[in-house]
Write a protein of this length. Structure first.
Length: 633
């Protein structure tokens, strides 16, 4: 917090609602006992209390608490969530912190300078003994290390016990609900994809119910196309219930007719017809999810009124149109439709989230991690979270972009807030691997495949098992992917075979995968020969010299796979970092052990901020700390 804030009289103590607050001690005491707040969380509370009853703009909070160091709104969103948790506040019926969409927050509880705080502010001994600062820091570090050890994204078994924003499920058994794409009755020329769009949104909302699992709509589609009956689909996916229904529209009104079926006996557990204006469709979707949750045996969602406000019908029609475009060559049409949608309705959270994803994809394609596409992605992701803090996708988008920009703490902050995810959402595993958490990335990719067998889970398993040196399991994942018609990244398996001297198998694997990186498959043999020989052949060097900027970034992987001299590897890594194109994962490979043992690796991870991050949150899977010295294997 800025220096002048230290003179704020509230910093010596005050009372807000039912809680006594001692900012200097980092402590609040009230109905829930004594609770320690992180310094930034306390600073946010003091800022809000200083302007109680009025709206405190987000920009004001960011400037007061973070100065010029905040890279996004994400730390503020996390602090508000932590405050609500500690105060026992319900965002649906706020008694303390009220969200004011597109502006900021208002502290609605009464604020009074407490008598105890006044006494403590007088000269002389304090009534209570303060906890030494070093003790708080040691405790915070210990908690951070424990959090990293357990994994900062809770597993499916942990979610019901770690979530604080939603009720715990009424039963402890793992249940899952399959949602069939809803039929569109009568048709609507402007929204032919309406039934599927509503189904997909309901899948996303169901994923927020603690303890309840959902299945990917894409995979359900594939089973429907195979002619499976609803009960057969449930059996295939080991689901306890199935939700099916239809959508009917007339002008700007909409009607949902739904059935929830018990897969074990085929009985209809719940059925209802719900109707509203199209502007109230989000409310209808939340109503459906609450009915499904309760009838399956779980508690309904807790959500804010801001998240379920009216949607402009024009905006929703454009959103449905964008969801119906699956051809990647038509991405400009998707962006155009979504940009128009958020102009019609600036408070349409789902459209902002989808637009953020589109801009991030364009940023990837442009190879510009700090360019305008990525900035637009951050902007729309933050707007989506401001409107609906429970959304998962925008948090993963922010985490991904922050990791690409070497903003490790910001990436972690975004992931910390994720307590569940839709099976069709952007996966978290490719973000986690940046921190060197290989085992956690494997676990996430395994769960990802279980939720959506047609998604990228198998490809990621092939990559992460290879990085872990578990090549048998990587090959098994690749074979399952191939048998199901999916492309798996088998490049590392090719490296493994080449290093074992099996050039024929390595060449076959490289011939399959090199085109995906933009290289001619004829280079497969010289690449395999380079790896086996431990040096770059002239043919393969010519290919690297002729590579464009996007492909050149992969050359660091090639040199590590081949075992090039350390000078070559670190000179290339330094140049790629200066050009903001370094992929640090190259040094996590099983063949990078000698490079990780080189002092220049410590210099590199220190330069990009990872060393300090590892000191704070724990080392990667392949390193340990001996006192303050990082030792990698």
């Amino acid at each position: 917090m800025r220096e002048r804030e230290l003179d704020n009289p509230l910093r010596t103590g005050f009372r807000v609602g039912d809680w006594d607050v001692l900012p200097l001690d980092g402590q609040i005491t009230g109905p829930g006992g004594s609770i320690h707040l992180e310094p930034k969380v306390m600073d946010v509370l003091v800022c809000l209390a200083s302007n109680a009853g009025n709206v405190t703009e987000r920009n004001t909070l960011l400037a007061e608490v973070w100065g010029n160091t905040a890279v996004s709104d994400e730390p503020l969103t996390r602090c508000i969530a932590a405050l609500r948790k500690s105060l026992g506040d319900d965002p649906n019926k706020p008694r303390y912190i009220q969200t004011v969409p597109k502006r900021g927050y208002r502290l609605v509880a009464d604020v009074q300078v407490s008598q105890e705080a006044r006494a403590n502010d007088e000269p002389g001994p304090r009534a209570g003994r303060r906890v030494p600062l070093y003790a708080i820091l040691v405790l915070a570090l210990a908690l951070a290390v424990v959090a990293v050890y357990r994994g900062f994204i809770p597993t499916s078994d942990e979610r019901s016990s770690t979530s604080v924003d939603r009720p715990v499920a009424a039963n402890s058994d793992v249940s899952s609900v399959v949602v069939l794409p809803f039929n569109l009755v009568g048709g609507d020329g402007g929204m032919s994809n309406l039934g599927r769009t509503i189904s997909a949104d309901i899948v996303t909302l169901l994923s927020k119910v603690d303890g309840l699992r959902t299945k990917s709509l894409l995979y359900v589609d594939s089973l429907v196309e195979k002619g499976m009956s609803p009960i057969e689909i449930c059996n295939e996916l080991d689901a306890s219930h199935l939700l099916q229904g239809s959508v009917e529209t007339e002008q700007d009104t909409i009607k949902l007719t739904l059935e929830l079926i018990n897969a074990e006996n085929g009985d209809v557990t719940w059925s209802e017809s719900l109707d509203d204006d199209i502007s109230g469709l989000v409310r209808l979707q939340y109503s459906v999810v609450d009915n499904v949750a309760v009838n399956v045996g779980f508690a309904p969602l807790v959500y804010s009124h801001e998240a379920v406000g009216d949607v402009d019908p024009r905006a929703y029609r454009l959103y449905v149109k964008a969801n119906g475009i699956t051809d990647p060559t038509r991405s400009s049409e998707v962006v155009e439709a979504l940009a128009q949608a958020v102009q019609y309705d600036p408070d349409f959270a789902a459209a902002h989230s989808m637009l953020a994803r589109q801009y991030m994809t364009r940023g990837w394609a442009s190879e510009d991690r700090f360019g305008p596409y990525m900035e637009s992605a951050i902007q729309h992701a933050n707007i989506a979270l401001e409107l609906d803090p429970d959304l998962v996708e925008p948090r993963l988008i922010l985490a991904n972009i922050h990791a690409l920009r070497y903003q490790w703490v910001a990436a972690r902050d975004a992931l910390d807030a994720v307590t569940g995810s839709s099976p069709d959402a952007l996966p978290a595993a490719p973000i986690v691997i940046n921190f060197g958490k290989v085992r956690q990335a494997i676990e996430l990719s395994v769960q990802m495949h279980a939720d959506n067998p047609l998604g990228a889970g198998l490809t990621l398993q092939t990559v992460y098992f290879s990085i872990a040196g578990e090549f048998d399991r990587a090959l098994q994942a690749a074979e399952i992917a191939r048998n199901s018609g999916q492309l798996a990244d088998i490049s590392r398996l090719g490296v493994y075979h080449a290093r074992q001297g099996d050039l024929e198998t390595a060449t076959d694997m490289f011939a399959l995968f090199l085109p995906a990186w933009g290289f001619d498959p004829s280079l497969a043999q010289p690449y395999a020969e380079s790896i086996a020989a431990g040096q770059v052949t002239s043919d393969f060097q010519a290919a690297l010299d002729g590579a464009d900027k996007a492909l050149e970034a992969n050359s660091l992987f090639f040199h590590i796979y081949i075992g090039s001299p350390a000078d070559t590897v670190f000179e290339l890594a330094d140049r790629l970092y200066r050009e903001r194109r370094l992929n640090i994962i190259a040094f996590y490979e099983p063949w990078a052990v000698e490079y990780r043992a080189d002092p220049r690796f410590l210099d590199l991870v220190d330069t990009i901020g990872l060393l300090e991050y590892w000191r704070t949150y724990g080392p990667p899977d392949f390193c340990t700390f001996d006192d303050d010295r990082l030792i990698c294997s």
